[in-house]
Design a protein around this ligand. Structure first.
Ligand SMILES: *Cc1c(COP(=O)(O)O)cnc(C)c1O
Length: 491
């Protein structure tokens, strides 16, 4: 199976090449030429481990890896770094299935993909005989950065540079990143928001002159953002796994449809659910949950994507995004792969800051539902669910929970449902403290201990003693200074 650009440039790549390159030369994203199916009924997977299901899912996309290579990457990624043996446990709360994706090293769901991407990338480099040093360039709204740093730390022939918005991440997220000790890791705050960071990074990928200079110095760029197909594919596996386990536990009968609710930012996670559905997981509705930055809610409800609006910094910062990159891939699929249409829409977004889908594409969005929750509703949901069930959610998961409650109240849809839980509540401790009305003062590290005292929910190992770790990265730059900073780091 080959990979093409969503924007149509004839650049047909193997999966290994697409992983190395990250983004297509015409600024489009790599997509599989056709979406594969599982090679057996999901029912047959229900007794398998996470690692086995990951293999059966990923091999359908990553056909250029041998069985041995892929299994080796999976074994190395999904090992005891994860604090739960099942890797992604499913908790039943008020009749909903919460798929906990945050038991990896950095306590957010980004670990699901970023603990395997470095293995896929190094194997790809070897197979393609690529001798250059790779520079991973990453923009983060908080969680990708740390997960990528952990994944690539100390990996030979790879440098990683992470850019994060300097007042757009939580204190815990920032401390996690700036204390990363390895010499091949670089962390830079930029004065701007996530969209600024992401756009500047995309510009660097497409700067031909700079690319040439990099090549002369033996370097090439790659991406750890969810625009890299090597990040998206591993995420498909946990939806296949979740469905297989729901069959096993008797929650659903084989072939019974489910709803999937995803707290959404860059549209990677929910796109993975869509890919899982194309592979054979029966999905009724994809419920896309946003915070006050509800560009996607409006888009799903009207077919108009319009970023001319205020940007809000919220208590679910990993979803504070107006330009959701992976939506481009969905558009490609629902346009019946009409790349000239996608190119035009994306150019409109750049020049006019908005676009409207043609009617046939709007019709093809019918399995998607959009909803949003504001900050107060988010905190109230955390409090109510905790008070009534003892289950503690982080703010992002709570956004999804609230959007699902609203959907269910409106539609009376009783379809069995999975909510993707994307972070440990400790990653956004001060919000959890606020939500539960715990009377406590102090910095986020003190509040973390307080939250633990009150709720007895276990603190993820990676978040313990964070404040005692040495700060290694202190650079803050203007948002248009990214190129200079990269030069300073590399040359
Ligand atoms: C990244 C992230 C999201 C958004 O996921 P996308 O794949 O970008 O849509 C939601 N919640 C948390 C905690 C995240 O880290």
């Amino acid at each position: 199976m080959k990979y093409n650009s969503t924007r149509g440039m004839k650049e047909i790549k193997k999966s290994t090449e697409a992983i190395i390159q990250g983004i297509a030369k015409d600024k489009g994203l790599f997509v599989p030429a056709s979406l594969p199916k599982l090679d057996q009924p999901i029912d047959a997977l229900k007794e398998m481990t996470y690692q086995e299901i990951a293999y059966h899912t990923m091999k359908q996309f990553l056909v250029d890896f041998t069985e041995e290579e892929l299994k080796d990457a999976i074994e190395k990624a999904y090992d005891s770094k994860f604090e739960r043996e099942e890797i992604v446990p499913i908790e039943k709360v008020e009749n909903v299935n919460i798929l906990e994706l945050y038991h990896g090293k950095t306590a957010a769901f980004k670990d699901m993909a970023l603990s395997i991407l470095p293995h896929l990338l190094t194997k790809s480099l070897k197979k393609e005989g690529e001798g250059k040093k790779i520079v991973i360039l990453t923009a983060t709204s908080g969680d990708t950065g740390k997960a990528a740093l952990e994944g690539f730390a100390g990996v030979d022939n790879i440098d990683i540079i992470v850019f994060y918005p300097n007042s757009g991440v939580s204190q815990i997220q920032e401390q996690q990143m700036v204390t990363q000790p390895e010499d091949n890791t670089h962390v830079v705050a930029i004065k701007g928001n996530f969209d600024d960071a992401q756009s500047s990074v995309k510009v660097m990928f497409n700067d031909q002159a700079f690319g040439k200079k990099m090549a002369e110095n033996g370097y090439m760029f790659s991406s750890a953002n969810s625009i890299n197909i090597g990040r998206l594919v591993p995420q498909v596996a946990y939806y296949v796994y979740a469905y297989a386990k729901m069959i096993k536990s008797g929650e659903v009968k084989a072939d019974e449809k489910i709803n999937v609710v995803v707290p959404t930012g860059n549209f990677g996670n929910i796109l993975a659910a869509y890919y899982a559905a194309q592979m054979g997981v029966p999905v009724n509705k994809f419920i896309c949950a946003s915070n006050k930055n509800k560009v996607l809610t409006d888009f799903i409800n009207t077919g108009i994507y319009d970023i001319q609006r205020d940007f809000h910094v919220t208590n679910s910062p990993s979803m504070d995004i107006l330009i959701s990159s992976n939506l481009e891939r969905l558009l490609y699929h629902i346009s019946d792969q009409k790349t000239e249409v996608i190119k035009e829409l994306m150019e409109k977004l750049e020049t006019e800051k908005k676009y409207e889908l043609p009617q046939y594409m709007k019709d093809n969005l019918k399995d998607f539902v959009g909803g949003y929750a504001d900050e107060e509703q988010t905190l109230k949901t955390i409090e109510r669910v905790y008070d009534e069930t003892g289950y503690l959610m982080d703010t992002h998961t709570a956004v999804a929970y609230k959007v699902y409650e609203d959907y269910k109240a409106e539609t009376q849809d009783e379809t069995k449902t999975i909510i993707a839980s994307t972070a440990s509540p400790y990653k956004f401790t001060s919000s959890a403290i606020d939500a539960l009305g715990i009377d406590a003062k102090g910095n986020e590290f003190e509040l973390l201990l307080k939250l633990n005292e009150e709720t007895k929910v276990r603190i993820p190992t990676g978040l313990k003693d964070l404040d005692q770790k040495e700060v290694k990265h202190t650079t803050v730059i203007e948002k248009d200074d990214i190129k200079n900073e990269i030069e300073r780091i590399l040359f």
